[in-house]
Design a binder for this molecule. Structure first.
Ligand code: PMV
Length: 327
């Protein structure tokens, strides 16, 4: 049995626009998914106590027909199963072992579907653990590439490389189309996360932006403006000019909001953080619900978020310089 872990992430800048070739800067955070893989004779057995799915244990042959009988919203379950299923396909391909069976155990402290890259972290850790279990060593970049193929397959061809590359490599990264790089010299930014306990439907939110962009030139301009914010932000990344970084986060949130991907609870957490003195705050990830990220090196935003109606959890998130690793 081999165990690997991979980090979740926040988007400092650039979600949604990255789908259209603009740059984005996600940062890995010290919240991890841990996946253990053990080779078995055939099929796929998945155990998870805490994918925020109230715990489920399923046994099926991986052909998608044998649906598990658990008390979880079907779309969430389908999504979780789809990611693991596709990850195992990638592992079989990488190891040239089309019939390999696995028992997979998943433990994660990243809320599911909340903009912190939970699915990417599970997929990256699963590919790493299961290939190692078969005696194949992939580099983090190779794991990232295969994890991206998984997201593309599960998300109907609507995925950027940002989440998976960030989770595999760790630290701050920059993704622009197929060009993925790590960004050196980014210190431990004072991230504070607010979580509304909900989740957004990434596919539907991405599709919403796509149709707005097709319908209105000003929506396409808004997407392009997010790219400009990212480029401006890159210029101060790695300096201690948190004031400018925060202003740009605020601007980025406004543009995402214009594209219709914020929500009442995300906006109220963003404003609670700003009112409490955060240097900037924005939603992170697909939006619709889930998490915001604020920049604050005092206790103000953290305390304010804890008292904000609709905010279920608030915590500091340290930059995680480790990407995928063997546990
Ligand atoms: O909510 P998350 O963590 O799945 O992030 C989605 C980010 C998008 O830019 C909206 C989509 C993508 O694949 O980049």
């Amino acid at each position: 049995m081999v165990t690997s872990s991979a980090p979740g992430k926040v988007y400092l800048f650039g979600e949604h626009a990255v789908v259209y070739g603009e740059p984005a800067v996600p940062c890995a955070i010290e919240r991890r998914a841990r996946v253990s893989a053990r080779e078995i004779d055939e099929g796929l057995r998945i155990n998870s106590e805490d994918l925020q799915l109230d715990g489920f244990t399923v046994e099926y042959d991986g052909d998608g027909e044998d649906q598990p009988d658990v008390d979880v919203a079907q779309p969430i379950l389908d999504a979780a199963m789809g990611y693991v299923n596709e990850a195992v396909s990638q592992v079989r391909d990488a190891a040239d072992a089309p019939d390999a069976g696995f028992e997979i155990e998943i433990a994660s402290d990243i809320p599911l579907g909340a903009g912190l890259g939970s699915s990417a972290a599970v997929v990256v850790a699963a590919i790493d653990a299961a290939t190692r279990e078969l005696g194949v060593e992939l580099t983090p970049a190779e794991v990232a590439e295969r994890a991206y193929q998984v997201e593309m397959a599960v998300q109907d061809g609507q995925a950027s490389r940002a989440d998976t590359f960030c989770s595999a490599m760790g630290g701050a990264v920059r993704v622009e189309g197929d060009d993925c790089r790590t960004v050196d010299g980014v210190g431990n930014l004072p991230f504070v996360i607010g979580y509304d306990g909900g989740a957004g439907d990434t596919g539907a939110l991405v599709a919403g932006v796509r149709s707005l962009r097709a319908e209105y030139d000003f929506a396409a301009d808004t997407v392009a403006a997010i790219g400009d914010v990212v480029r401006e932000g890159e210029a101060v990344l790695g300096t201690d000019d948190y004031g400018t970084l925060g202003d740009l986060m605020d601007f980025n949130h406004g543009l995402l909001s214009a594209l219709g991907v914020s929500s009442r609870s995300l906006d109220s957490m963003v404003w609670a953080a700003r009112d409490a003195g955060a240097m900037g705050a924005k939603l992170t990830g697909a939006g619709g619900g889930g998490c915001i990220v604020a920049l604050d090196d005092t206790d103000g935003a953290l305390t304010a978020l804890r008292y904000t109606p609709g905010c279920e959890d608030a915590f500091r998130a340290e930059l995680d310089t480790d990407g995928v690793r063997r546990e």
